[in-house]
Ligand binder design. Sequence first.
Ligand SMILES: [Fe+2]
Ligand SMILES: [Fe+2]
Length: 193
Amino acid sequence: MLGLKLATDPRWVNIVESNIEEILTDHAWCEQKAATNAITIITLNSEHTDLVTELLELAKEELEHFQMVHDIIKKRGYTLGRERKDSYVNELYKFMNKGGNRVQSMVDRLLFSAMIEARSCERFKLLSKRIKDPELSKFYHDLMISEAGHYTTFLKFARQYGQGVDVEKRWKELIDFEAEVIQNYGKSETIHG
Ligand SMILES: [Fe+2]
Ligand SMILES: [Fe+2]
């Protein structure tokens, strides 16, 4: 799905189901990070009007997702927990070339963002198919569609603005890198855990 090499072990859903409060808190912070990341990309690339326009919309959607998760947390009598670290994302972050030129950095950040959307989408799809809770099943199905759109947006801009960079080669490298990273996950009740 979406070019990913490894699928998540479906037993991960059982782990999630054992601690719904934890997955909701972790998920809420994933949406916050997604909104923040989109705003960072805008900040670094403000001259690209079409990118700014689309990523402003995307950031609004991520903030809406954050709010939707928070509404579910409230409805179920839970309280949003403290911000959770995302070690999968932190490991993926190491792929990015920090010493390259501005175009290379932009391409890497867009591909990194596309990859997180792709993996989130894969996880949401699995949740929507296997979680027994009907409200969450529907919720994750709807989010999966939204995140798939974000994946497409990030990849599109990487290709559009990656002049002088072999974007396809870099994307393939990231797919391989992600496959190595994700091997150690699928064992805890977090969205990328
Ligand atoms: Fe989202
Ligand atoms: Fe997203």
